[in-house]
Ligand binder design. Structure first.
Ligand SMILES: Nc1nc2c(c(=O)[nH]1)N[C@H]1C(S)=C(S)[C@@H](COP(=O)(O)OP(=O)(O)OC[C@H]3O[C@@H](n4cnc5c(=O)[nH]c(N)nc54)[C@H](O)[C@@H]3O)O[C@H]1N2
Ligand SMILES: Nc1nc2c(c(=O)[nH]1)N[C@H]1C(S)=C(S)[C@@H](COP(=O)(O)OP(=O)(O)OC[C@H]3O[C@@H](n4cnc5c(=O)[nH]c(N)nc54)[C@H](O)[C@@H]3O)O[C@H]1N2
Ligand SMILES: [Mo]
Length: 694
């Protein structure tokens, strides 16, 4: 008898990624899935899906999934054997009793609900904010990912949206992927890029190393990390000088001024070459390509904003489609993120109606300093003595990870972690709660990379005793006495009411139609009705103070803003910790296929550098700075500048030879502007290590 194919159930990928893929999940029975596919019917996902999510059965059915609430009975950092199983009632009671005790002693700001985007589902990700606000716990400035890039983009355009990426395939003549390794981090974008390349569109990649995306480029701009502002200013210089700027567009849609033009006169290709390390001729070639092809589409990523000058550089790069008037054309313009396209009223989910603006706001990326009691970070408030963590793994992903570890080791710190796995962070907790995956709970999703709103229902039953984030937040609210209508609603009711308040169709209707396309019309999407700044113009000379906290030393016009961690005689190399293909931040580091395909952590180093330091492929190098040193295997890699080192990330700390991970080297200095972690902005030294071999 012919075997029938398993049924496929629609869902949405919840992981922290611009693609937010529409999925088809093979359902084998009530508990089990088979393979996952990208939905063919979705015109952005287009049936493309990354390998790690295709193999999701390995993650959701992983033997390491947490099954029961746990109380730590042994030492911190050991893992499962240091914990004993308890009931949900006991666990939730203990967390709320301890939080009440600590609040009584220090005030409510002593508790820090710490979260990020382990799931991008709005209910399961952001519900922790409602508990925070209803209780007056310490607030969080989310700086680990998009603070710098948001600031740099919005200061020019006024709003976090851009041109629909589906225009690329049919209409763009040039595609510029700037500081995004799309093959690793948002592979479906490459489907649209390939369509364009079939029509002979040219692909330009701006990245310090020839990564998987740059390998596909017609022109790879292999610049020094942190030099994007200089590159953008030089390109503008050439465009103006060669008559390739769109003067009419500049006059109508921007604040372009004589002063800016005079400023750019000095940004010659030779000036640019000295800073970026890219030859003047190559910069001119790039300028001519975008100047002679106004249907140029810029996809700006996050990578180049993870520097002290990252926000500034994002703004500088975002000036290019304005100089050439690319915004005017179908297939022209730019996208950084569409997150503000959707305009959902999230009040019920995040409890924004009960925020006490007097409570302090802690910088997420400075968790090491905060837990160590740095008075500046604590802003005159009490120490953090209670942490509730969902959706993030700060022991692995945060800057200055040795400081973070020291903070978690404090004996007077009470930590509850709600997780799917015994992560490095969960291993430091007092109470661990088992969490469902997206296949086991409901949620609603918007996207950065496309225009679809999606609603998802569970595909399978919750694993063992795992429960969703919404359950934990509501149960704690009861015990802590937090009040808000959102605590009284089911996940589905929250989704329904959020959609209702935002003027969208019902959740059932959106689910029935698989998704809702929220794309704006051509004029709106291309800002031809004006940008969303106060005077509706694009700003070359932006008012950074509109974003709140300002750094007054920020130059007025696009330029090289020289505030990065500079090379010196003692630290002559620049380290970039770019994402690995088979992992997603710290997620998927547990799945066997991802581990096998990644192999082991390596430092990509130029062969001339290897020769001068007597390093060999497969040998071992010590990479260090004033914070730490990390021992890692050498990978000879010629496609980068000689003073640049790449360690693709984020490998678990224990996978490094001495158990010290790459984020030990990353500074927790905030990026200039409104902050932002500086993962790709680190000066280091390299040393051959005699005692270790491959
Ligand atoms: N496979 C995989 N996918 C992911 C992730 C992952 O870890 N792995 N992470 C997810 C998350 S949370 C995010 S935010 C996105 C991020 O995805 P992206 O937008 O792609 O950003 P990054 O991954 O930080 O960096 C991308 C590229 O920026 C380059 N870069 C570093 N410094 C500079 C610089 O100064 N100038 C320029 N021009 N380029 C620079 C790096 O070399 C790297 O190739 O990806 C998501 N998708
Ligand atoms: N060196 C270096 N470090 C980096 C970066 C880099 O490029 N280089 N990138 C940075 C960036 S861009 C980001 S965004 C951060 C991200 O860092 P994290 O926020 O830690 O990101 P993830 O590893 O995606 O997810 C964290 C955890 O959420 C859990 N999780 C997933 N879904 C759920 C759920 O429904 N409920 C609960 N309770 N838990 C869930 C997962 O099991 C996972 O352990 O890392 C940053 N760190
Ligand atoms: Mo991120």
């Amino acid at each position: 008898m012919a075997k029938t194919a398993p049924i496929r159930v629609q869902s949405t990928c919840p992981h922290d990624c611009p693609s937010v893929c529409a999925l088809e999940v093979e359902k084998l029975d009530e508990q089990t899935i088979g393979r996952i596919y990208g939905a063919k019917g979705n015109s952005y996902t287009s049936g493309t899906l990354c390998a790690k999510v295709g193999n999701y059965a390995e993650r959701v059915h992983h033997p390491g999934r947490l099954t029961k609430p746990l109380r730590r009975t042994g030492s911190k950092g050991v893992g499962l054997e240091a914990f004993a199983e308890i009931s949900w009632e006991e666990a939730l009671d203990e967390v709320s009793d301890r939080f009440k005790e600590l609040s009584k002693k220090y005030g409510n700001e002593t508790i820090w609900p710490h979260f990020y985007a382990g799931t991008m589902g709005l209910v399961q990700r952001d519900g922790i904010e409602r508990l925070r606000h209803a209780m007056g716990y310490s607030r969080q400035h989310s700086t680990i990912c998009s603070a710098a890039s948001d600031a740099g983009w919005k200061v020019g355009t006024g709003v976090k949206r851009g041109v629909d990426a589906r225009e690329i395939g049919e209409h763009s003549d040039v595609v510029v992927l700037w500081g995004t390794n799309a093959v690793h981090t948002q592979v479906n974008l490459m489907h649209h890029v390939s369509q364009a390349c079939k029509r002979n569109a040219k692909l330009v990649v701006v990245d310090p190393y020839r990564n998987a995306t740059a390998k596909r480029a017609d022109l790879h701009i292999m610049l020094q990390p942190g030099s994007d502002g200089a590159l953008a200013a030089t390109l503008m210089h050439v465009l103006l000088k060669e008559g390739l700027a769109d003067r009419e567009y500049l006059a109508e849609y921007t604040d372009f001024s004589v002063e800016l033009e005079v400023h750019l006169e000095g940004k010659t290709p030779e000036w640019g070459e000295a800073i970026t390390g890219v030859s003047a001729a190559t910069i001119i070639e790039f300028a001519r390509l975008i100047g002679q092809n106004p249907k140029s589409y810029y996809r700006f990523g996050y990578g180049f904003t993870r520097s002290r000058n990252g926000a500034f550089n994002m703004h500088a790069a975002s000036c290019l489609p304005a100089i050439t008037g690319a915004w005017k054309y179908k297939g022209g313009g730019a996208l950084y993120s569409n997150a503000e396209l959707f305009k959902l009223d999230k009040t019920l989910i995040v409890g924004s109606d009960v925020i006490d603006r007097n409570t302090r706001v802690l910088d997420q990326s400075r968790i090491g300093e905060i837990l160590s009691g740095n008075p500046i970070d604590l802003q005159g408030g009490p120490p953090i003595t209670g942490l509730l963590i969902q959706n993030t793994n700060p022991m692995m992903v945060s800057p200055s990870s040795l400081k973070v570890k020291k903070g978690f080791e404090r004996n007077d710190l009470f930590v509850c972690v709600h997780e799917q796995f015994m992560t490095d962070t969960a291993a430091m907790a007092d109470i661990v709660l088992p969490a469902t995956t997206f296949l086991e709970h409901e949620d609603i999703y918007i996207a950065g990379g496309h225009t679809f709103l999606q609603v998802a229902k569970p595909v399978i039953k919750p694993y063992a005793d795992a429960r969703p984030n919404h359950y934990v937040i509501c149960e704690l609210s009861k015990r802590l006495g937090a009040e808000h209508p959102g605590f009284e609603m089911s996940t589905w009711e929250l989704i329904e009411e959020t959609l209702n308040r935002s003027g969208f169709p019902s959740a059932e209707e959106i689910y029935k139609n698989n998704w809702l396309d929220c794309a704006r019309d051509f004029e709106e999407a291309h800002f031809l009705n004006g940008f969303e700044t106060p005077d509706k113009k694009f700003h070359f000379s932006p008012d950074w103070s509109r974003l709140g906290k300002v750094n007054t030393s920020m130059p007025e016009f696009p330029d090289h803003y020289s505030v990065t961690d500079k090379k010196s005689n003692t630290k002559p190399y620049r380290l970039v910790t770019a994402p690995a293909r088979q992992f997603l931040n710290s997620s998927f580091t547990e799945t066997p296929t991802s581990q096998r395909r990644e192999g082991r952590p390596t430092a990509k180093i130029h062969s001339d550098t290897c020769e001068s330091l007597d390093l060999e492929d497969g040998g071992v190098v010590r990479v260090g700075n004033d914070q730490a040193s990390v021992l890692v295997h050498v990978e000879v890699y010629d496609n980068l500048q000689k003073d640049v080192v790449i360690v693709e990330s984020i490998w678990p700390n224990q996978n490094f030879i001495e158990g010290i991970g790459i984020n030990s080297l990353v500074s927790s200095d905030p990026g200039h502007g409104i902050g932002g972690a500086v993962f790709h902005d680190t000066a280091v030294w390299l040393r051959r290590e005699e005692s270790q071999t491959a």
